[in-house]
Design a binder for this molecule. Structure first.
Ligand code: XLS
Ligand code: NI
Ligand code: NI
Length: 439
C-alpha cells in the first residue's frame, strides 16, 4: 500500500562528508558528548500540527500540501488513524523519540463536545498502541484553545464565561490525554490570550481569570497523577496584538503574582524570542537564572518578517548559543527540543518535511558539539569570570555578602584615586568563538 512518507527511507548517520540528502551529517545519536549520548542531550520531538496537519494555507492562497493519509472515502476516524500511522512512520524513519500534540491535531472533525471527547479517547487508545509498538514517547500535550470561533475574544481571558468553560473542557481532555500517554509536560500557549484594544478590555480581570484556569488545571492534573511540568510558552504578538505572555520575564512576573511558580516552567520558542525583540539565548538565560528552564520549541524566524514563520532551524550560531544555555541549565529533565517548525508553502512534498527535520537535527547536533567545544575550551567562561573579579575580594565581596551600606560605599567611592573599569573585549571573544567553532 502507498504510504505518505514512502519516499523517505530510514535516515542514518553517514558523517560530514556524505552528500546523501536523506542522511544525517552530524546527528549521530549514540555519540557521546560531555559524558552523555547526543540523543539524551537533544531529546528531539516532532510537532504533530506542523508535520501532519498544516497544509500551507495563508491569507492569499489555499493548501499546497495534500494532507490525506488514506482514501478520501474513509471515515473521519479512519482518516485520523491513518494520519497517526504516518506520524509514527515518519518518527521511526527519522529516529525521533518524542512527539508533541494539541487535542485537535489527533482529533477527527467532531459535531459537538461529547463527540470530540469520545474521539480523543479512541484516538489516544490508538496512539498508545503505536507508542507501545515503536517505543516513541510523548514529550508534551496541549489543547488548542485558539482556533475555534468561540475563542475569538480569548479562552482563559475571554470576557464570556461560556468560552472560559469550553477552554476548561479542552484542558481537562488535554490533561487526560497527556496522562494516559505518559507525557511529562503540559503546555499553555495562549494564542488568543491577549487583547486588541484596552478600550473594551478589563486587563486585571482577564489576567486573574487566566491564573484561575491555570490553578484549576494544576489541581486537576496533580490529583489525577500528572507529575510532570506545566509550561507557559511566551509569545509577544500574533495572533493578538498584545499577548499577555509577552516574554519570559513577563511570564515569570505573572507566575509569581499568582503563586504558580512551583508548578510552571517555561517553554521557550526561538521565533517567539525574536518577535519579542530578544535573542533566543536571552530568553533561555532569563528562564535558566530563574530556575524556570523547561523545554524548547526549536525553530527560527526570518529577521525581515514580523511574524512567526516557524522555519526549521539552520542557524548553527543560534543553536550553539542555545545548547550552551541548555548545558548550563543541567540539560533537559522533563523537556526536550520540539521542532515547532514547518516547511515553506512551496516545499509541498513529503520529502521536503524530511529534509527540514534532517537539517534541523543536524543543526542542533552541530550546536551541541560546538557548545561542548566552547565549554571545554574554557576561555569564554574564564573571561566572564575574570570580568567580575572585583566582586571576589575587598569592597566587591562585601557587596555580594550583603555586609556593606550606602554610607560605606559612598565613603569608599570618595576615597578612590582611580576607578578600575576594564574593556569588555567583545570583539576578541567573538573571534575566539569563531576560532573554536571552525578549527
Ligand atoms: C504558536 C505556538 C504553538 C505552540 C503550541 O505560535 O508556537 O505552536 O507551540 O500551541
Ligand atoms: Ni511553539
Ligand atoms: Ni510559535
Amino acid at each position: 500500500m502507498k504510504t505518505f512518507f514512502e519516499n523517505v527511507p530510514q535516515i542514518k548517520y553517514e558523517g560530514k562528508d556524505s552528500k546523501n540528502p536523506m542522511a544525517f551529517k552530524h546527528y549521530n545519536k549514540d555519540e557521546v558528548v560531555l559524558g552523555k549520548k547526543m540523543s539524551e542531550h537533544l531529546k528531539f520531538a516532532m510537532s504533530y500540527w506542523h508535520t501532519l496537519c498544516a497544509g500551507g494555507v495563508d491569507m492569499f492562497g489555499s493548501a499546497t500540501i495534500d494532507r490525506n493519509y488514506t482514501c478520501k472515502c474513509a471515515s473521519p476516524l479512519e482518516m485520523a488513524k491513518a494520519k497517526a500511522d504516518a506520524a509514527f512512520d515518519f518518527m521511526t524513519k527519522l529516529g525521533i523519540e518524542y512527539f508533541c500534540f494539541h487535542d485537535v491535531d489527533i482529533d477527527p472533525e467532531s459535531e459537538n463536545l461529547a463527540e470530540f471527547k469520545a474521539n480523543i479517547e479512541e484516538m489516544t487508545d490508538y496512539i498508545k498502541g503505536l507508542m507501545d509498538k515503536t517505543g516513541i514517547k510523548l514529550l508534551w500535550g496541549t489543547a488548542n484553545n485558539f482556533s475555534n470561533p468561540r475563542y475569538m475574544h480569548g479562552a482563559g481571558t475571554s470576557p464570556f464565561a461560556d468560552a472560559f468553560a469550553c477552554a476548561a473542557f479542552q484542558i481537562r481532555n488535554g490533561l487526560d490525554a497527556t496522562i494516559k500517554l505518559g507525557g511529562k509536560g503540559y503546555v499553555f500557549w495562549g494564542g488568543r490570550e491577549g487583547y486588541e484594544t484596552l478600550l473594551n478590555t478589563d486587563m486585571g480581570l482577564e489576567l486573574d481569570n487566566m491564573a484561575r484556569l491555570m490553578k484549576m488545571a494544576v489541581e486537576y492534573g496533580r490529583s489525577h497523577g500528572f507529575d510532570g511540568d506545566f509550561y507557559i510558552e511566551p509569545k509577544p504578538k500574533e495572533p493578538t496584538k498584545h499577548q499577555y505572555d509577552f516574554d519570559a520575564a513577563t511570564v515569570l512576573g505573572f507566575l509569581r503574582k499568582y503563586g504558580l511558580e512551583k508548578d510552571f516552567k517555561l517553554n521557550i520558542e526561538a521565533n517567539h524570542a525574536t518577535l519579542a525583540g530578544h535573542t533566543f539565548e536571552h530568553e533561555l538565560t532569563v528562564a535558566r537564572i530563574n530556575d524556570a528552564f523547561g523545554s524548547i520549541d526549536a525553530n527560527q524566524g526570518d529577521y525581515l518578517l514580523g511574524w512567526d514563520t516557524d522555519e526549521f532551524p539552520s542557524n548553527v550560531y543560534d543553536a550553539t548559543k542555545c545548547m550552551i544555555q541548555v548545558i548550563k541549565a543541567g540539560g533537559f529533565t522533563n523537556g526536550g527540543l520540539n521542532f515547532d517548525a514547518k516547511v515553506r508553502r512551496g516545499s509541498y512534498t513529503p520529502e521536503d518535511i524530511a529534509y527540514g527535520y534532517i537539517n534541523g537535527m543536524d543543526t542542533y547536533a552541530l550546536g551541541l558539539k560546538m557548545a561542548a567545544k566552547i565549554i571545554e575550551d574554557g576561555r569564554l567562561d574564564a573571561m566572564v569570570s575574570e570580568r567580575y573579579e572585583s566582586y571576589k575580594s575587598g569592597i566587591g565581596a562585601k557587596i555580594i555578602a550583603g555586609e556593606t551600606s550606602l554610607d560605606e560605599l559612598a565613603d569608599y567611592a570618595m576615597s578612590l584615586e582611580k576607578i578600575d573599569v576594564k574593556s569588555g573585549r567583545q570583539e576578541l571573544i567573538e573571534s575566539i568563538i569563531n576560532n573554536i567553532m571552525f578549527s
